[in-house]
Ligand binder design. Structure first.
Ligand SMILES: Cc1cc2nc3c(=O)[nH]c(=O)nc-3n(C[C@H](O)[C@H](O)[C@H](O)COP(=O)(O)OP(=O)(O)OC[C@H]3O[C@@H](n4cnc5c(N)ncnc54)[C@H](O)[C@@H]3O)c2cc1C
Length: 216
């Protein structure tokens, strides 16, 4: 069963990917770096396990076990695209992370990339599609996909804040503080479940129909 362990500017997500393997991601947010360029560090690099464990000292035993079980932990900066005003420029289109690279907090980036491709492929396969209609297809693709891609990007950013307890109302609480009322935590849990619903409840089919209608 997937688990999210949430804390102040830190959270851990774990879910099984087979009978004997669990994928574990531990997030440490430095909000002062939000919006700054990530520089050259864009790929995974090794992290010393002690450094990782030290960041989660005092967290529940389950988290300690999960982190200690990592064979070769790696670190990666969380990068995202600044919301774009256009996904198409004349005959040029961008899709996937190039258009709406988002933080991984809702596990939605690849799904959005596939939806881009699905809408684009549907337009290109339309009976009226020709070389000459590419600018029109590009415009329809932009009109349909940009609002949804940018919405998913924003939703993912906000979900990361929720998992990091990064709200003005919660500013008074610091890491290790166990005085947060249970009602607040329960309300956060309900909000997290609700905010994730779109990932499996939304369907791209309505957008596909709208896109094809715009081709007619
Ligand atoms: C830690 C982490 C966890 C994630 N978890 C999830 C998840 O659970 N669910 C989910 O849906 N998404 C998840 N994502 C996001 C998902 O991986 C991306 O949204 C998705 O891979 C984007 O697909 P893409 O094809 O746009 O880009 P990419 O997968 O980045 O593919 C781009 C490809 O282009 C190649 N390339 C780059 N430059 C050039 C060039 N000049 N010439 C030729 N080739 C080039 C690259 O090598 C790469 O293979 C996660 C991402 C991260 C980092």
């Amino acid at each position: 069963m997937p688990m999210m362990y949430i804390g102040k500017h830190k959270h851990v997500v774990a879910y099984p990917v087979s009978r004997s393997l669990i994928t574990v991601s531990a997030y440490i947010s430095d909000v002062s770096k939000e919006g700054t360029p990530c520089g050259e560090i864009t790929a995974f690099s090794p992290i010393v396990k002690e450094e990782l464990l030290a960041a989660f000292t005092g967290w529940e035993p389950e988290v300690q076990v999960l982190l200690r079980s990592m064979n070769e932990p790696m670190k990666l900066p969380i990068t995202r695209v600044v919301p774009l005003e256009r996904y198409s420029f004349g005959r040029v289109l961008i899709a996937g992370d190039a258009a709406h690279g988002m933080p991984p907090h809702q596990g939605a980036g690849a799904g959005q990339a596939i939806e881009d491709a699905y809408i684009l492929a549907s337009l290109l396969c339309h009976t009226s599609s020709t070389r000459e209609s590419i600018p029109k297809i590009a415009k329809i693709y932009n009109d349909i996909r940009r609002p949804e891609g940018n919405r998913a990007l924003q939703a993912s950013i906000e979900f990361g804040r929720l998992l990091d307890l990064d709200f003005p109302d919660l500013e008074g609480y610091k890491e290790g503080d166990d005085s947060m009322p249970l009602e607040i935590l329960e309300a956060l849990g309900r909000k997290a479940s609700k905010d994730l619903e779109w990932v499996w409840k939304n369907s791209v089919e309505g957008d596909k129909r709208r896109a094809l209608h715009m081709m007619d």
